[in-house]
Design a protein around this ligand. Sequence first.
Ligand code: MG
Length: 355
Amino acid sequence: MSRLADWTTRKMGKFTLRFQPYTLEMNHVFTVASFSRTSTPVILTELEYEGVVGYGEASMPPYLGESQQSVTKFLNKIDLSTFSSPFDTEELLHYVDSVEEKNTAAKACIDIALHDLLGKLMAQPFHKIWGLNARVIPPTSFTIGIDTEEIIHKKVLEAEQFKILKVKLGLDTDKMIINTIRSVTNVPLCADVNQGWKNKEQALEMAHWLAERNVVFIEQPMPKEQIDDMAWLTERSPIPTIADEGCQRYSDIIGLKHVYTGINIKLMKCTGMREAKKMAELARALDMKVMLGCMTETSCAITAAAQLAPIVDWADLDGALLINNDVYDGMKILDGECHLPDRPGIGIHHLFTNT
Ligand code: MG
């Protein structure tokens, strides 16, 4: 069994922050349009206040530009000693956001730990504090990476519990992948192209082809810089288009209103639960669709994200299923449905400790 390393501990007034690097080992090589990998670096955090501990996590897939080193550097820069209460949440997170321009995953590991701490201090699960009904979470999709026909066939058979599958597209194997999946199952699919299509006419042709095969939306079909092409495609596409790489934070949304049908919110892109909730509400107010996604993460960040899942159209929260060394017990996926723990904060427990 995996064991945790030693925590780095920083005492800051009434708060104590602990953090350590950890490496998630993936069950399969994971391939999308731009890269392949077998592990994901994360940083685990604990934020303690008056003897109560909140758990947090930063996940850093390499293409996002953060690393264990950059997150550690950020966490060593934070000084919470001027804050006297975790209930000064807005002020505290505004400060954390102001320390550096980027570092969104580093900011998220503090935000998640703070929300977990707040929920524990209030003795309520965070979705209940938000007033959200855990029984109306959409079924999560399960991701099938780009692979050979034989392996895709096998992976789809293994994923029979899921009511919706997410398919990675964007190379020249797109039609083979969809045809292979359709030879096994008729469940709805969502396609994530990861910016892989460069030509708008071909993208539209593919959108029609996919719609005829019960693909319900297309995530990031074209490069995020091709705003005009994306708007052209969205206007004509028979199925919704969703911004992922093209939408990081709250301030991005307003400019995307006529460019995509909806947005994919991820805690690691947007600095955590507080901004994610605001993003979901703004997108709704703009009549845009909302998808809730994740990176490869432990059940910590996944269960934190899932607190928001009752108000989204689509949930893509399979990140902890892709690894074989999770650290926490949290949200459960049974028959493709998400079940949130009815425990205070984000509701997770350690699966193992050093002691
Ligand atoms: Mg995506």
